[in-house]
Structures are given as C-alpha cells and as structure tokens.
Design a protein around this ligand. Structure first.
Ligand code: CMP
Length: 138
C-alpha cells in the first residue's frame, strides 16, 4: 500500500473560491502536502495528462474544462493515501457522492467535479511526476 497520492483542485473549484476550504479538508483528514503549485494546464498538457480518456466522447470537453483557468496541483502523503483520498473526495459524479465529501460539497456535475484523485499507486507516481520535478517535492 502506497503512501502518496496526486490531486488537482480543478478550475471550477478555483473559480468558485473553494481552494481554502478544500485544502482545509485535505489537511484535517491527515494528508501532508509534500508538493504544491498554482498553475494552468496548456491544451497539450491536458491531452497528455488525460491520454487514457482520449477515445471517450467527453475528451474534448474535459480538455477545454481543465485548461479554462488555473488549478492547484499537489502531491499528498498519508498511510493508504490513494484509497483514503478517494473516500475523502467522493464519487466521480457528485450526485452519487457521499455526504460530507469534497465533491458532494463543491462539485456541480460529473464533468465539473471540483477535484482529482489518483486511482492507483502507479498512477499517483506517474501523475505526480508529470506535474513536479524531484526538487519540488519536500
Ligand atoms: P477524474 O476522475 O478526475 O478524471 C477524469 C475526468 O473526466 C473526471 O474526473 C471528470 O472530470 C471527467 N469525466 C468523467 N466522466 C465524464 C462524463 N461522462 N462527462 C464529462 N466529463 C466526464
């Protein structure tokens, strides 16, 4: 079981002023921030980051959404990080997310769903390395 996961506070949550409350929930849940930046993805970045979804009907919409404004990306450390973080953020579709989860509180719909969380230890490592160099991880 891995001890790191990768997250992005997505453009919708940034636009709506939810960076602070979301970071508060993350740190209160016991996650330690070991890397973090405020940044905006280029179309090329977003297409590469979401390459696994490139055949999906929502791919272009996803790329447009994720590049329309700044995001906060971070690497988080905690025992059982991937699984515990996915529990904290809730289901991909906020309509199905449990009460008190970040998506239930802050997401609009399945596309504009406020926050990303890696789905496996392997992807957490790949996604973290996509956004951060070794010298940016503390
Ligand atoms: P996430 O699970 O972080 O990564 C893939 C993203 O694709 C997902 O969040 C949503 O933002 C988006 N997504 C997934 N399913 C749909 C859908 N049916 N329509 C639009 N966007 C979607």
């Amino acid at each position: 079981t891995g001890n790191r996961t990768f997250t992005m506070i997505k453009p919708d949550a940034v636009e709506n002023g939810h960076i602070g409350p979301i970071l508060e929930k993350i740190t209160s849940a016991g996650f330690k921030i070991i890397a973090m930046k405020y940044t905006q993805l280029s179309k090329r970045d977003a297409r590469e980051f979401y390459a696994i979804h490139r055949e999906r009907p929502f791919f272009d919409e996803l790329v447009d959404f994720m590049t329309r404004g700044p995001i906060v990306s971070a690497i988080l450390e905690k025992d059982n990080a991937v699984e515990d973080f996915r529990a904290l953020i809730g289901a991909t579709n906020p309509a199905e997310a449990a009460e008190g989860t970040i998506r239930k509180l802050y997401a609009k719909d399945i596309g504009e769903n406020a926050i990303h969380g890696s789905d496996s230890d392997e992807n957490a490592a790949i996604e973290g390395a996509f956004h951060f160099s070794g010298r940016e991880i503390y």
